[in-house]
Ligand binder design. Structure first.
Ligand SMILES: *[C@@H]1O[C@H](CO)[C@@H](O)[C@H](O)[C@H]1NC(C)=O
Ligand SMILES: *[C@@H]1O[C@H](CO)[C@@H](O)[C@H](O)[C@H]1NC(C)=O
Ligand SMILES: *[C@@H]1O[C@H](CO)[C@@H](O)[C@H](O)[C@H]1NC(C)=O
Length: 394
């Protein structure tokens, strides 16, 4: 009799519990979900259940929990005077931390608004490294359809890292399918068929469902035609940090008339594992791209770029998009209210330094311009951006 009761009780409890679980836990097996006051929901997900492991090349991947000791940034030889003209505050915390934290062994993943998810935010996962018709156009012009760049560019060495301080703004983004990014990019290959890894901030309504400035990582192996995506929206990037959520809003933002804020981004290759780490704010290792994700970038990058990129089907045409880049202001001498990148560095061997040679480049200088200051006293500074559609950019 007693036994029967027990069985009934247990099964009743099971029913109750499973119902509770169904209504309180999200479908993605989050250990914990945190509601942030900026509207985001952060799910803490078991580090071994993250999207990266769906990548066919990463099925048996062993997570590297932190960079190899001898590769930590303090072991790099820094070759440049560190004199800089201003010192914006560095942003490292994220607003959702006010409402909780993710336990060790989990990673914070920003819950995506399913209905907003775009083609290019979560591209069809095609992982073949098919090389397209290999013709060398010698880089005559770089204007890719739907993209406009205003950057500082360097090439000519085997780069195994790129770093910078990037001032944070919230540029106007006109249409929901357009976006504006400011970032460090490591690339290999010609402009129509390159591999890239990038990190910085962006305003991207399609991926995030709003127009807040957010931290991102991005990768592609075919000039964004088929492969790659932002953050963890497709398998590729392995996250290790339980503190920083990719795609979380950055706060505070620089006020063009007030205080400047910046993020510090360093992408570098671990010489022992070959993993390409992304470090945030000089101390937090967010995670990495395993070398297996890439074909040519497995070894090293051929170029490093710093600055802005606008994505729109209305670049290079008139009427131009009114989506802005940087702060939305054109760069002018000594004006600190425009897009700004400081302490640009490349890693060659174990030497972290300003490149021997770099040049500024803008696809559409009337819409998004560049301004580069380099003398031999202060650290070089790079200013970029603009309003898009305007008197000079009809
Ligand atoms: C998040 O934290 C803030 C500050 O502690 C608090 O005011 C707010 O009510 C919290 N929000 C939620 C959803 O818990
Ligand atoms: C070079 O390659 C591009 C992209 O693959 C292609 O569109 C173009 O027609 C090629 N040009 C020549 C001259 O083969
Ligand atoms: C540019 O964007 C438009 C609109 O999103 C799209 O239809 C077109 O295919 C894109 N062009 C290229 C070359 O990707």
């Amino acid at each position: 009799m007693g036994f029967k009761y027990l069985v009934i009780l247990v099964s009743l409890q099971t029913v109750l519990c499973s119902r509770m679980v169904e209504t309180t836990l999200p479908k993605n097996h989050a250990v914990l979900s945190i509601q942030s006051e900026d509207g985001d929901i952060i799910d803490c997900i078991d580090i071994y259940k993250q999207p990266a492991f769906d990548h066919p090349a990463l099925r048996d991947h062993k997570i590297q929990m932190s960079p190899s000791q001898s590769q930590s940034p303090s072991h790099h030889v820094e070759m440049q005077p560190d004199a800089s003209r201003g010192s914006p505050k560095t942003v490292t915390t994220q607003i959702w931390h006010k409402n909780g934290s993710c336990p060790k062994g989990t990673i914070p993943v920003r819950r995506a608004e399913g209905k907003h998810l775009p083609n290019y935010g979560r591209k069809r996962a095609v992982f073949s490294h098919h090389s397209s018709q290999a013709n060398d156009s010698n880089g005559q012009h770089w204007l890719r359809h739907n993209y406009s760049l205003a950057i500082l560019h360097t090439e000519g060495y085997a780069y195994i890292g790129g770093k910078a301080d990037i001032k944070v703004f919230t540029p106007y983004v006109e249409l929901d399918d357009e976006y504006s990014t400011s970032r460090v990019a490591l690339k290999t290959g010609p402009y129509y068929d390159f591999e890239a890894m990038e990190s910085g901030w962006q305003v991207n309504p399609t991926v995030y469902g709003d127009r807040q400035t957010r931290l991102f990582v991005y990768w592609t192996t075919d000039a964004a035609k088929e492969t790659g995506c932002f953050d963890l929206t497709c398998p590729g990037f392995v996250q290790t940090s339980n503190e920083i959520a990719l795609g979380a809003a950055i706060y505070p933002i620089s006020d063009p008339n007030g205080l400047p804020y910046q993020i510090v981004i360093f992408i570098y290759k671990d010489p022992y594992t070959g993993n390409w780490w992304v470090e945030y704010g000089e101390q937090i290792n967010i995670g990495y791209w395993p070398p297996e994700v890439f074909a040519r970038l497995r070894v090293h990058a051929e170029t490093v770029q710093w600055g802005g990129e606008v994505h729109s089907s209305r670049v290079g045409v008139s009427p131009h998009t009114a989506t802005a880049m940087g702060s939305g202001q054109y760069p002018v001498f000594m004006a600190h209210n425009c897009g700004e990148v400081n302490r640009m560095r490349v890693l060659i061997g174990n030497v972290l330094k300003f490149p021997d040679w770099a040049f500024e480049y803008a696809d559409e200088y009337r819409c998004y311009d560049v301004y580069y200051i380099h003398d031999y006293v202060f650290d070089p500074e790079f200013y970029y951006g603009g309003p898009g559609k305007s008197y000079g950019c009809p």
